[in-house]
Design a protein around this ligand. Structure first.
Ligand SMILES: Cc1cc2nc3c(=O)[nH]c(=O)nc-3n(C[C@H](O)[C@H](O)[C@H](O)COP(=O)(O)OP(=O)(O)OC[C@H]3O[C@@H](n4cnc5c(N)ncnc54)[C@H](O)[C@@H]3O)c2cc1C
Length: 622
């Protein structure tokens, strides 16, 4: 009845129709359910808000009624607001904007798009642009590579090159270009044989072998995460007998630069997943390319222009400060209570309608420089995509009574970020650098470190500079953030001097940039998995989450993961299969698949037919 009345008044949306199906065999129950709701809504005077009805012009509606269904078509575009313009936010905007009747608005607090990869920073002199650290594109970044092809900017990346690993005592290891080796070997063996460790004894390297057991069990499934997430990666290594030296010189630096925190503060599940994706998927996985300029200039600028041409609206320097929902939550709660007292069948019909009471209807934002007394800008939304990192997501929930009413979202308040510090030094003379990209260990306790020859990577952008342009990035760097800019520059230069010797010592810094990202990157601390979002919220049916924080089965990490989750969220919004348009990772190599299947069979056997009940390797260790 309600529907018919609405159709007559020409103001019913497709969403409403979808939520009120005239199911065969249930006409009486449907009428009863609707009647139950009407008094609540009318008495509160919120008919439109509860049902999320939006006025639509008569001409834009086509309604047809068959025996059992009412179908409606509206020409109004779906309004999607994306909070955050990093890889995740841009990815969802990109996918949605290609799919027709959707209007996307991307709101970002920073002045330039890119999120953690943004280049919206200047040097002390104010004349040179700097980035929030260097970002590599590893062998398995198939979806990002496909995007670059689509945008016709595949030359935005360098070729593959050897990489160095340094300690204060000099060069310690060289990672070759694995795809250029004579033969591609089974994964694990290729990396072990071709990596050139200059000082690490074979006896220490051999102690990595038991980790194969953990890699065989950890298949990235939710069950595997549950088993390994509460253990720290360091504990896992200790229990499996990894030597102290191998851990300190190879594994700890890898975790510090890959997951931005030391092994004792990182989930073993995250470490296993990350290492498998970046290093072990195939022999070639660890080959890495870098941008030929600031990523903001060579990738994000053309990408954003392409999206603007498809009518995506970008609101930079604008912070999201709150949300509105469609109806009074008390009404939803009352309806919920009413539903609880009805039969199961009526419950299933009514529950979605009650949930509508907590749909987000608008995003409130505040442009940089606005006075506290200025009213926020209001963006009406049919869908809201949260594309922010851990610390920002936690803050949004803490500060929003609407979001924090839901237990599902309140758990995001447990998420944390860890700090990163990026420095770019412009020197007065050239300095010889054996490798353009390098990782380090042994400088500051618990702090990860990488350095890059920017002039070499960004060639020819800095050819006019008188000397070298070197970047030193520090991860898990809370202990360094409070230093003054000039002290940080002095420290970075001193660290480089130790590695590069007299050449570098003789050079003077003529300009520098210091970029601090306090709590900027996601922290995969032990036990964090249970607090992470899924792509689609269950509590707020029109809210979605993207970014490298989101749980996904794709198996990728970092920029690639953020990009993939963006496509997955767009699929969810458009009711497409989750994997539509996503390039999956290649299958496990035969020996890995065999190992995983063997472990799984043994677990199933010991669990008397149920793998989940079988013991885990983690159970034997703790
Ligand atoms: C120094 C450094 C080096 C890295 N190296 C690599 C690498 O080599 N390879 C790799 O793949 N990855 C690397 N990463 C990780 C990579 O940057 C991230 O995985 C990726 O950028 C995450 O993208 P995202 O979209 O999930 O989130 P983010 O990039 O964090 O984007 C979130 C956006 O949300 C915005 N935001 C937050 N709160 C609000 C609000 N209230 N209102 C509006 N906007 C808001 C922020 O301004 C930001 O733009 C590195 C990161 C750092 C910091």
């Amino acid at each position: 009845r309600l529907l018919r009345r609405r159709i007559r008044r020409n103001d019913c949306t497709m969403a409403t129709a979808a939520r009120m199906p005239c199911r065969p065999g249930h006409p009486a129950k449907l009428s009863a359910s609707l009647l139950l709701l009407v008094p609540w809504c009318v008495s509160a005077g919120i008919m439109r808000t509860t049902f999320n009805l939006r006025p639509t012009s008569a001409a834009s509606i086509v309604a047809s009624r068959s025996r059992n269904t009412v179908t409606m078509r509206t020409e109004e575009p779906r309004r999607v607001v994306v909070v955050g313009a990093g890889w995740g936010g841009l990815s969802v905007a990109h996918a949605l904007s290609k799919s027709g009747n959707v209007h996307v608005t991307v709101v970002d607090a920073a002045p330039r798009p890119g999120g953690l990869v943004s280049d919206g920073f200047l040097t002390t002199s104010g004349t040179r642009r700097a980035e929030a650290g260097q970002h590599g594109f590893w062998g398995e970044y198939h979806n990002i590579f496909a995007l670059l092809d689509e945008l016709s900017i595949s030359d935005a990346l360098t070729g593959y090159a050897e990489q160095g690993q340094y300690s204060p005592d000099g060069l310690q290891a060289v990672w070759p270009v694995y795809r250029e080796q004579k033969q591609e070997l089974p994964t694990g063996i290729g990396q072990a044989l071709y990596t050139r460790f200059l000082n690490l004894p074979l006896t220490d390297l051999a102690t990595a072998a038991p980790l194969v057991l953990a890699f065989s069990e950890f298949d990235d499934s939710p069950e595997a995460w549950a088993r390994y997430d509460s253990i720290s990666f360091r504990d896992l290594c200790v229990r499996l007998g990894v030597s102290k030296r191998l851990y300190k010189e190879a594994f700890e630096p890898m975790i510090l630069t890959g997951l931005f925190a030391p092994g004792e503060e990182c989930s073993a599940a995250a470490a296993l997943g990350m290492a498998y994706f970046f290093v072990l998927k195939h022999q070639t996985s660890f080959d890495v390319r870098w941008a030929r300029g600031n990523v903001g200039e060579v990738i994000f600028a053309p990408w954003v222009e392409a999206m603007k041409a498809r009518n995506v609206t970008f609101m930079q320097s604008t912070r999201v400060v709150g949300f509105e929902e469609t109806a009074d939550s008390k009404i939803g709660a009352k309806i919920d209570a009413e539903i609880d007292s009805t039969s199961a069948e009526i419950k299933s019909t009514l529950r979605p309608t009650a949930q509508q009471s907590s749909r987000l209807s608008a995003v409130l934002c505040s442009p940089a420089g606005a006075a506290a007394s200025d009213p926020p800008t209001r963006l009406e939304a049919d869908n809201v995509v949260f594309a922010v990192g851990a610390a920002a997501l936690s803050g949004l929930v803490r500060n929003s009574p609407i979001l924090s009413r839901h237990a599902e979202l309140r758990r995001f308040c447990n998420l944390r970020g860890t700090s990163v510090l990026a420095t770019r030094l412009f020197l007065d003379r050239p300095v010889r650098t054996p490798y353009s990209a390098n990782a380090c260990w042994g400088f500051d306790e618990g702090v990860g470190m990488t350095w890059f020859d920017i002039r070499q990577l960004h060639k020819p952008a800095h050819d006019h500079e008188p000397g070298a342009v070197l970047e030193v990035d520090y991860y898990h760097s809370n202990s360094l953030l409070s230093m003054s800019d000039s002290d940080i520059v002095t420290k970075a230069k001193h660290d480089l001097d130790q590695m590069l010797g007299a050449d570098c010592v003789a050079a003077e810094v003529i300009d520098a940039a210091v970029v601090r990202l306090p709590s900027g990157v996601n922290w995969y601390y032990p036990g964090s998995y249970k607090n992470m979002p899924d792509t689609t919220s269950t509590a707020i049916p029109n809210a979605y989450f993207v970014g490298d924080l989101v749980r996904t089965r794709h198996g990728s990490w970092s920029q690639e993961k953020a990009f993939v989750t963006g496509i997955e969220a767009a699929n969810a919004i458009l009711h497409r299969p989750v994997e539509s348009g996503v390039i999956p990772l290649k299958d496990d190599e035969t020996h890995v698949a065999f190992g995983r299947s063997a472990v799984s069979r043994v677990q199933k056997l010991l669990g008397l037919g149920d793998r989940a009940k079988g013991p885990s390797i983690a159970d034997f260790l703790f």
